[in-house]
Design a protein around this ligand. Structure first.
Ligand code: SF4
Ligand code: SF4
Length: 62
């Protein structure tokens, strides 16, 4: 399981990239994405990316 970023809802604020403990979030050409291989869903804790994301439905389960 992992999360992904919906580019239709992401405002590219960059907040999530700084919070991910696994460096699973990266930016390229102004678009943010989550590596499904690196995302552990924060190992059962509240997902840190979701906690800081200001955009509704921007980070969603894969
Ligand atoms: S759920 Fe956790 S591990 Fe996965 S992208 Fe978000 S902050 Fe990173
Ligand atoms: S915190 Fe949310 S709106 Fe900001 S870059 Fe990440 S997914 Fe996009």
């Amino acid at each position: 399981m992992a999360f992904k970023i919906d580019p239709d809802n992401c405002t590219a604020c960059g907040a999530c990239e700084l919070e991910c403990p696994n460096a699973a979030i990266s930016e390229k050409d102004g678009m943010y994405r989550i590596s499904a291989k690196k995302c552990t869903e924060c190992d059962g804790d509240e997902p840190k990316c979701l906690a800081v994301c200001p955009a509704d439905d921007s980070i969603v389960p894969v």
